[in-house]
Ligand binder design. Structure first.
Ligand code: DTR
Length: 342
């Protein structure tokens, strides 16, 4: 009888401990999210990705763990949007300029409207996104947006005037492509991730982009000349799979929502500072010459760009977009953001 009672008590204890110490949902570990990016790890889209990962993990007190995939290891530049919609990655970073027809409203920020730097560009892009809430993002959650600094020409040969750029094979995509065409270059379109090989093989003689790539892709080694045009910025978006977003706890969603503008500003500021660093590094390491166009020459270059915005307005209007209002809003937001001290 005593033995039976003893066994019963042992059984009872065992049952108690199994229930009391069984892994609860919280102890099952953090929710894991995958984050895909197309360019290599040292480039600015990936630097901002690592910063966002670190901050989200910290601010959610370890409820979220993010695995990052730079260098197109999970999704590439052109299938980023669809890959995230389909759930191949939970989060993705995409350059909207690579799909001009898909992101008409937000890509208007890459018109030559004089956005002065990446910080202002990033905040204006976010303002435009919030105001117009473009239908093209209906299937995803937009986490943040940002732009590059204005684009300049990097080339294996010096470009000092319109004669020099005539027929020159230069790489650019999206809105920036129109700009190169107006200047008479032979524009070649491809994502940034394919550009190192194209430069190496001589498929292109140079590229049109924000200048931090001189250092981050070591383009300064091949392109010893930079011509300062300070024209278009390239817009980017960070998006999340909608089902994944809806499955996250409310407090986690709040952390991410609260970070949207902050991350845009952080990335813009990082980009602006990093361009300066990259320029100094390029001068010192490869003796890159930074060419300033003479005043009358620059006026000619700018004049050639004048029709771009009116042509864009015409095309976007035909597709049913409130094109004039979008352009006016970009200018107004730019003025406001440039004047603000935050
Ligand atoms: N200027 C755009 C976007 C861009 C600028 N820097 C990087 C670095 C890595 C990827 C994309 C970009 C472009 O030329 O594609």
């Amino acid at each position: 009888m005593k033995l039976k009672l003893g066994l019963f008590l042992i059984g009872l204890f065992a049952a108690f401990f199994t229930i009391a110490f069984a892994p609860t949902h919280a102890e099952a570990g953090p929710v894991k999210l995958s984050y895909a990016n197309f360019p290599p790890a040292p480039t600015f889209p990936c630097v901002q990705m690592e910063r966002w990962k670190k901050e989200v993990e910290k601010r959610t007190n370890g409820k979220i763990a993010i695995d990052t995939y730079p260098g197109s290891t999970l999704l590439g530049a052109k299938n980023m949007m669809d890959g995230v919609i389909e759930g191949q990655a939970d989060i993705g970073c995409l350059c909207m300029a690579y799909q001009p027809g898909r992101f008409v409203i937000t890509n208007a920020t890459s018109l030559p409207l004089g956005l002065p730097n990446a910080k202002v560009g990033s905040l204006v892009l976010w303002d435009i996104y919030k105001k117009y809430n473009p239908k093209t993002f209906a299937k995803v959650k937009v986490l943040t947006m940002f732009t590059t600094a204005p684009a300049n020409i990097m080339c294996k040969k010096p470009v000092r005037n319109l004669q020099d750029i005539k027929g020159l094979d230069l790489r650019a995509s999206g809105g920036a492509a129109q700009i190169l065409k107006k200047w008479g270059a032979n524009q070649v379109g491809m994502p940034m991730s394919e550009t190192p090989e194209a430069l190496q093989k001589g498929v292109v003689k140079g590229l049109f982009s924000s200048l931090e790539v001189l250092k981050d892709f070591k383009f300064a080694e091949l392109c010893r000349y930079a011509t300062m045009t300070d024209t278009a910025v390239y817009p980017f978006a960070v998006i999340m799979n909608m089902d994944k977003w809806n499955s996250l706890p409310k407090d986690v969603q709040k952390v991410m929502d609260d970070m949207a503008v902050e991350q845009a500003k952080w990335t813009g500021t990082y980009m602006d500072n990093h361009v300066n660093e990259a320029n100094e590094w390029s001068k010192k390491t490869y003796n890159v010459e930074f060419i300033q166009l003479a005043k009358e020459e620059k006026a000619k270059w700018d004049e050639l760009l004048e029709p771009i915005t009116s042509e864009w307005i015409k095309g976007a209007k035909e597709k049913g977009f409130p094109a004039e209002a979008i352009v006016e809003d970009i200018k107004a937001f730019a003025k406001k953001r440039a004047a603000s001290s935050d």
